[in-house]
Design a protein. Sequence first.
Length: 157
Amino acid sequence: MKHPLEAFRSGKLFDSGCGYLVASRFKADGRVESGFFLLDVFCLGVKDAGFHRFNSIADYRESLIDRLFPDGNQVRMTPAAARKLTEDATSYARGLGFSPGVDYKKASRVFGGITTAGCDGEFTFGKDDKPLYIKGPSDSPARVERILLVGARGVSR
């Protein structure tokens, strides 16, 4: 029996501003295809993204789900809501002058055939109705400066 598409997001995504979203398709032969997105709902939208194929559900759970959600505090989402959250985060960031991570398009193919029409949920971006950039642990000083410059231009429009 084919397992339906599933999607999860970090439980504290909208409190901390940053977290993961994973959407996965299960193939009839037991393989799993997953798109994963590092979301920054306060400012940058999709900071990073990736697409990976796993040979089994067990490998997928151990290699991706258990690593991205080690505390087990993920929130299950409908596929439509997962797509809407990802696209809305990207749209919010684009409005500020930021593009999604380089593998966004590749990771998004997991949403093929999924529409957002079935999702009436609304997502709120920014912190207290304003963009808020939080420096990541691997953000270089040059990247921080670029983000602040682009953000300043995007916010002043």
